[in-house]
Design a protein around this ligand. Structure first.
Ligand code: SAH
Length: 396
């Protein structure tokens, strides 16, 4: 097996079971591994550290499959990892219905870096984001067929990050029947149509499941402003929870059209919903100038910070929309705010909200601290995976 030697003094993170090795930590590689091949990772002095997949064009040169020297990286390895991941999900979702949607495999957190597998009812959707995941793609699909009997396994590897791995973006059928244009899923009694081929991520923001339900509980008789609505993930539980009316804002007309269909699908009155296609930042300003008021506001923006150099601009963006949101709330109103930028910690996000509340001159009290759902677990050794954070707060 090809072998990578870690530079002196650079093995600590592997010894602490962090699953990434950056190219700068590697002294030399013996053998000629191809992209995705398994490489034995040793300290400079030859002590075994891990086995990982080789990504020659990425700054993350190696991603660890196992810290066990005796574990072979073969079909049986992937079967074991998939079985473990599925067994956790069975524990987490014992009452799973035919229409449940959940993340079955969450990459590093399930011991499979570069591999994400989501389930939409019977249909599985995979994302392979690294050379290692790509190398074992066929095997993983084979195991998925055997373990789940899914009628369709679809690929959504249309990910920007694949270019860093020297891989092209790719979408399409991996196995079985073509998926329908829209797949219906059920989430705490809400029905959603999901566009597996063209929807964001693998089709739906599964990470917000619990938060959507919770937000719905604050919607009784409320005038709701749902910013960055996508396909109505927060609008449907809000209406079901008794919202008087909902304004959905999204920059995508297709997303809003799907939101409209989702509202009808749940037999909710679409007369109570306004869809605005446009920029949230501009529309919030317009609403403020018009002195509009709401009882419940949801701010679930896309990722603002993709790298460290964008963190400052991102915090300004979060502060901006939260200030506007605070100004648009009735006294005692509720705001559900989120950040899915992994580089913005919960602590920093809270400080941004503090800054916003000071500038707006309104007292804010945190009611709930939110994170991604349990099907998106986080390894203590890999805290980077905890990307989603949110607060439900009340403005005096
Ligand atoms: N809350 C949704 C997910 C939101 S994802 C759910 O639970 O399903 C973020 C959404 O913001 C996307 O639909 C994207 O189209 C939209 N978006 C991104 N930038 C925007 C902007 N500046 N103004 C309005 N919408 C925007």
């Amino acid at each position: 097996m090809p072998t990578a030697f870690i530079k002196p003094g650079r093995s600590k993170s592997l010894e602490r079971r962090h699953p990434w090795v950056f190219s700068g930590a590697v002294a030399r590689i013996e053998g000629a591994p191809a992209p995705g091949d398994t490489v034995k990772i040793l300290s400079e002095k030859g002590k075994f550290l891990a086995q990982g997949a080789f990504s020659p064009s990425s700054q993350i040169l190696l991603r660890v499959w196992t810290f066990d020297e005796g574990e072979e990286i073969d079909a049986a390895f992937f079967r074991r990892r998939l079985e473990e991941a599925f067994s956790l999900r069975r524990q987490l979702f014992p009452e799973k219905s035919e229409k449940s949607a959940l993340r079955l495999v969450n990459a590093e957190a399930d011991g499979l870096p570069g591999v994400v597998i989501d389930r939409y009812g019977e249909i599985l959707v995979c994302q392979f984001s690294s050379a290692g995941g790509e190398r074992w793609r066929g095997e993983i699909v084979r195991q998925l067929r055997e373990l789940t009997g899914a009628p369709t396994v679809y690929e959504r590897s249309d990910l920007e990050v694949r270019s860093k791995e020297g891989l092209p973006q790719r979408c399409g059928l991996l196995w079985g029947a073509e998926p329908p244009d829209l797949v219906e899923i059920s989430e705490y009694g809400c029905r959603f149509l999901v566009d597996i081929r063209r929807g964001h991520k693998t089709g739906f923001y599964l990470d917000q499941r619990e938060n959507r339900r919770l937000a719905g509980e604050f919607a009784v008789a409320a005038q709701v402003l749902n910013c960055f609505s996508y396909s109505g993930g927060f609008a449907v539980p809000a209406l079901k929870g008794g919202a008087e009316n909902v304004v959905n804002i999204d920059a995508s007309a297709d997303a809003l059209e799907l939101a409209r269909r989702n509202i009808l699908r749940n037999d909710l009155d679409d007369q109570r919903v306004t869809h605005l296609c446009g920029d949230v930042f501009a529309l919030l300003r317009r609403f403020r100038d018009e002195r509009r008021c709401f009882d419940l506001i949801i701010l679930d923006p896309p990722k603002f910070a993709y790298n460290k150099s964008q963190v400052t601009a991102a915090t300004r963006g979060y502060k901006d929309i939260n200030m506007l949101g605070m100004q648009l709330l009735e006294p005692g109103g509720i705001l559900c705010t989120f950040s899915c930028s992994g580089l913005i910690s919960e602590d920093l996000f809270q400080k941004v909200l503090f800054g916003a509340s000071v500038d707006v001159g309104r007292d804010v009290r945190i009611l709930e601290r939110l994170a991604q759902g349990t099907d998106h677990p986080v390894l203590l050794t890999f805290p980077e995976a905890a990307y989603l954070k949110g607060f439900i707060y009340q403005v005096e």
